[in-house]
Design a protein around this ligand. Structure first.
Ligand code: IPM
Ligand code: MN
Length: 353
């Protein structure tokens, strides 16, 4: 019997539904070509539902989502809702409650895509950032006292346990080994100032590397320095592992070097549980409903999801189809400048599978 995957779909806000529609189109094309099937369960969480009903994400939904093989998400963020409510209430809550402790963000320049980096091409920009996804300032540890007075104090703690660091590093070493390119894992931190947190990261990095991954070369960069080298010499990198906050920042930097938010894909991974795949780009309210947004990032998320589910061949086929389309069809990666509509780009990829 054919394998079937149950995927929860959260199209979300803004252009989320438009890019998710194309992602699903390509997933279904890959399923029929490679002999498996996909069932989608749709969830309308996001700004519109919140404004209509006051509901952000019911507890029952979180339990329901745990039963799926994966989650496919469009975008979260609504101009009518105060920043933080939906991001914390949906995106971050799911990351935490499903313990998706890895945020996998490939930085890969597809052929034909413009990069702002001078004299760099696809042969120079092809690495992966593994962003720790469960700790750091994202845990909400801290607080505010004397709010509204001249003495107001605001604290937001950078929190890491040895367990969080170890499991992230284990994943990163394994990933680097499996990727089998330069076999180099770079730790990005700030050991010269954050002498508690990154001392922990650095010790764990070398202990684990020495004991279990002697075949993987270890490098270290301060976060400020790596921001420079990612621009100047992106070809140095194979796999970079870093903390949650630094990973958030350097992956936007990485994303612009690979052509921007229309292209950058990511996965929130729980290696033992349910993972969630989402384009890094936001909800792009300005372009909502116009059928002009670039769906490549969402389509590429679909490939990451299939790869994660063990359908590596189908994932490769999607990736190759994307590269054929970016190399030979699209004029530009920006919304409204592709030379094709959102749905036409989906068709172009799907028909190449
Ligand atoms: C990301 C986003 C989120 C983050 C926001 C929307 C909470 O910037 O996925 O990178 O900070 O992780
Ligand atoms: Mn971000």
């Amino acid at each position: 019997m054919n394998k079937n995957y149950n995927i929860a779909v959260i199209p979300g806000d803004g252009t989320g539904p438009e890019v998710v529609r194309e992602g699903k189109k390509v997933l279904l094309a890959a399923a029929s070509r490679f002999g498996f099937s996909i069932g989608f369960g749709e969830y309308d969480f996001g700004g519109d539902r919140y404004l209509r009903t006051g509901e952000i994400l019911p507890d029952s939904a979180v339990e329901e989502l745990k039963k799926y093989d994966s989650i496919f998400l469009g975008a979260i963020g609504h101009p009518g809702v105060r920043p933080g409510i939906l991001e914390k209430g949906i995106l971050l809550r799911l990351r935490f409650e499903l313990d998706q402790y890895i945020n996998l963000r490939p930085v890969k320049l597809y052929p034909g895509v413009d990069t702002p980096l001078k004299d760099k091409g696809p042969e120079h920009i092809d690495y992966v950032v593994i962003r720790e996804n469960s700790g750091d300032v994202y845990t909400g540890s801290g607080g505010v006292t004397m709010k509204g007075t001249a003495h107001e104090i605001a604290i937001q703690n950078m929190v890491y346990s040895r367990m969080q660091v170890d499991r992230c590093l284990e994943y990163a070493f394994e990933y680097t080994r499996k990727r089998n390119r330069k076999k180099t894992l770079a730790l990005c931190g700030k050991t010269n100032v954050l002498t508690y947190v990154f001392d922990l990261w650095e010790r764990a990095f070398h202990e684990i590397g020495e004991a279990k991954y002697p075949d993987i070369k270890r490098e270290y960069y301060h976060v400020d320095a790596i921001s420079m080298w990612m621009i100047k010499n992106p070809e140095w990198f194979d796999v970079v592992v870093t903390s949650n906050m630094f990973g958030d920042i350097i992956t936007d930097l990485g994303a612009i070097t690979q052509g921007g938010m229309g292209v950058a894909a990511g996965g929130n991974i729980n290696p033992e549980g349910v993972s969630m795949f989402e384009p890094i780009g936001g909800s792009a309210p300005k372009y909502t409903g116009l059928n002009v947004i670039n769906p490549i990032a969402a389509i590429s998320c679909g490939a990451m999801m299939l790869d994660h589910l063990g359908e590596g061949k189908a994932a490769n086929a999607i990736e190759n189809a994307i590269m054929d389309v970016t190399a030979n069809k699209l004029k530009d990666m920006g919304a409204g400048r592709m030379g094709y509509s959102t749905s036409e780009v989906g068709d172009l990829v799907a028909e190449r599978i």
